[in-house]
Design a protein around this ligand. Structure first.
Ligand code: SF4
Length: 674
């Protein structure tokens, strides 16, 4: 039996960017493990999502060949075709649509989290820009966070996980490292052993009492008043670092004026937490150093999310908590590396209309949209499972006049609606370069097995489609190694150049700040144009820090749909998440006559989901929880959490407002439609 181990980097949408050791026996993946050495955070362990990833690679629903629809839309019936036929058909249909409606009638729909640098916003953009297609505004995740962090700090690199044990106070806000950033947890444990006070703000309790010191179960969407209440406390008690603010920050007066409207008691009432806990937390934060803030993307998933993020990220500046290892904040660390695309593709401009991907249903169904969306090209994404207003999306995707291409690894919920289905490689079958957005590494990805069937990586597919258009541009004629070389040369790691050879070997490169981890306001500084912190950045719009609560008397429960330990967004949902369930607090279950294991109907004006229920105290009263990314087959009526989520957009960067969903829950024995 031939057996070998190959090193590579995990490309999943996860901050950790682990180094992997993959054992292959007789050409088949046998084991996926975390590298023990050579990576600053992997430490020889990985999540069960990826240790089981071979189940996706070899899944019965894996796409191995190009397919063409042979039954009604959504039926999942397809016939095998060749790549030449697929590219020819896509090209023919795109040309027809451009002739009749113009390029903007084509909508590329994509997210990029679980890809490397070659897989998203790369040759795909070059191709769609040349078509003159509409642009997809990527808002399902991180849009408000990116806009706010860029406006405030210019995406200054954050506190490294390895430096958390030096913190005496850690505040985890809107993040659950136990399922979506697991390599922070050993450092949190070490910090706790070192005596750190650890507080968590989240509607759900994800930690045991021994792991943290304080939990504030903020009501979904009310992070902003909670943050302003803490800032009010600091103002009232003269705890602000005025000297730091006057030297390094602009816009403090706007934030402080907003906070003056939020005495702790008022903030507590809005956030539905104890006023004493807010005061205790605020005092602990102010009086501890080093103090680290781990802010997560859970904060942004509501209409007040962008404003809340700005108030939260202002905290280390207001208190002057920078300047020491373990002091400052962590959001995304992706700003440490920069890719200069112009060095690869030249100056390629693309300025067509933008369509917010969180409002796909609206875009597909709106009769006033000019030009209408006549072609949809979905890649790196599964909007039927992950975008708000699932029913509207399905209705739009059933349109007979819509030409839909889906480029995917497995037959997702979205793939079922494709006219042409293209097979994509998984990260274990390709070359890539993955930039960590938590761990300070950039990792090379190398194939551990050859591509299965006729699956192809993104850059190969868009090169094929470019050539099918008879475009002579050089980028459509490069091979993957050339893209890797050019990308590595266009990449800077905190200003230093990257080495293509390391990436081709599947190894990682670290940064030098100097030192492998940055210290905010010592080795790294705001990367705004003037080098200052902007506490009320333009991204906040005309009403910075104004709170806008969601009130719907008819639907009294707030629905959250957080990350979980089984899926990364919807990836792995095909095998790892067999049954969707709702979690409800006993105090909300009892008056509705709901007991553990009952089947419930969760509903609002957008739709309904029928699933079993778990009655638990880890979700706060007034809030119900359903996992993010579940597939339609996991629910009893083929609808999941996104069927209940409004397609409203955050005023900051158009971000999705999943947690603005308000629902009612009732016990049922019936399936939908019965
Ligand atoms: S998903 Fe995250 S924790 Fe899991 S292997 Fe990949 S990088 Fe590591």
């Amino acid at each position: 039996m031939e057996k070998y181990i190959k090193t590579t980097t995990c490309t999943m949408d996860c901050p950790d960017a682990c180094a992997l050791e993959v054992t292959v026996a007789d050409g088949k993946i046998e084991k996926i493990a975390g590298a023990r050495n050579g990576h600053p955070t992997t430490g020889g362990f990985i999540c069960s999502k990826i240790s089981r990833f071979a189940e996706r690679v070899y899944h019965q629903d894996r796409l191995l060949y190009p397919l063409q629809r042979s039954g009604p839309k959504g039926s999942g019936k397809f016939t095998r075709i060749s790549w030449e036929e697929a590219a020819g058909e896509i090209t023919r249909r795109f040309r027809e649509i451009i002739d009749e409606w113009g390029g903007e009638a084509i909508l590329p729909y994509h997210y990029g989290g679980s890809n490397g640098l070659l897989g998203d916003a790369f040759l795909d953009h070059y191709y769609f820009a040349k078509l003159g297609a509409s642009r997809c505004q990527r808002t399902l995740c991180a849009a408000p966070a990116t806009a706010v962090a860029t406006g405030m700090y210019g995406k200054m690199p954050g506190v490294a996980y390895e430096d958390y044990p030096q913190a005496k106070f850690i505040l985890i806000w809107g993040a659950n490292p136990k399922v979506s950033n697991i390599h922070l947890t050993p450092f949190l444990k070490k910090a706790k052993r070192n005596g750190a006070f650890i507080a968590v703000i989240d509607p759900k309790l994800n930690f045991s009492s021994g792991e943290i010191d304080l939990h504030l179960p903020v009501f979904p969407g009310a992070d902003l008043p909670l943050a302003l209440g803490m800032i009010h406390f600091w103002q009232a008690n003269n705890l602000l670092d005025s000297e730091f603010l006057s030297q390094h920050a602009l816009g403090a007066e706007i934030l402080l004026a907003a906070a003056r409207e939020w005495p702790v008691e008022r903030a507590a009432a809005a956030a539905k937490v104890n006023a004493e806990d807010i005061a205790r937390l605020a005092r602990m934060y102010a009086e501890s150093a080093p103090a680290a803030l781990r802010c997560g993307w859970g904060v942004e998933r509501n209409r007040n999310g962008g404003q809340a993020l700005a108030a939260i990220l202002a905290m280390p500046a207001l208190l002057g908590k920078f300047g020491a290892p373990g002091g400052g904040y962590t959001l995304s660390n992706s700003g440490a590396a920069a890719l200069d695309q112009a060095k690869i593709f030249g100056n390629c401009s693309w300025s067509t209309r933008q369509i917010n991907q969180s409002q796909l249903g609206q875009a597909l169904n709106d009769p006033r949209l000019q030009p209408p969306v006549k072609a949809l090209f979905v890649y790196n994404c599964n909007p039927v499972a992950t975008a708000p207003d699932q029913n509207a999306i399905i209705q739009g995707m059933l349109r007979e006049d819509l030409f839909t291409v889906v480029f995917e690894q497995v037959k997702t919920d979205t793939a079922l609606y494709a006219d042409i289905l293209l097979p994509a490689v998984t990260f274990l079958e390709q070359r890539e370069i993955k930039k960590g957005y938590g761990s300070y590494v950039v990792g090379g990805v190398q194939p551990v097995i050859p591509p299965r069937g006729e699956a192809k990586p993104n850059e190969e597919v868009f090169a094929l489609l470019g050539r099918a258009m008879d475009w002579p541009d050089e980028p459509f004629y490069w091979d993957t190694e050339t893209y890797m070389q050019k990308t590595a040369r266009a990449l800077s790691l905190n200003g230093a150049s990257a080495n293509p050879a390391t990436f081709l070997e599947g190894k990682i490169q670290q940064y030098d700040f100097p030192g492998t981890t940055p210290v905010q306001f010592k080795t790294v500084f705001p990367r705004t144009a003037d080098g200052k912190i902007h506490l009320a950045p333009a991204a906040l719009g005309k009403r910075p820090f104004q709170y806008d609560p969601v009130e719907e008397a008819q639907y009294p429960l707030a629905l959250i749909s957080p990350s979980n330990s089984k899926m990364i967004s919807s990836t792995m949902g095909e095998y790892n998440y067999p049954e969707l369930f709702l979690t409800i607090h006993p105090r909300d279950a009892a008056p509705r006559g709901i007991r553990e294991g009952d089947t419930v109907r969760v509903f609002n004006e957008l739709g309904e989901v029928i699933c079993p229920v778990k009655v638990r105290e880890n979700v706060r009263p007034g809030v119900v929880s359903m996992p993010k990314g579940a597939w339609q087959k996991s629910s009893r009526n083929g609808r999941t959490a996104t069927a209940l989520c409004p397609a409203t957009a955050n005023e900051v960067a158009g971000g999705a407002c999943f947690n603005d969903a308000r629902v009612e829950v009732e016990k049922t024995v019936l399936l939908a439609g019965e």
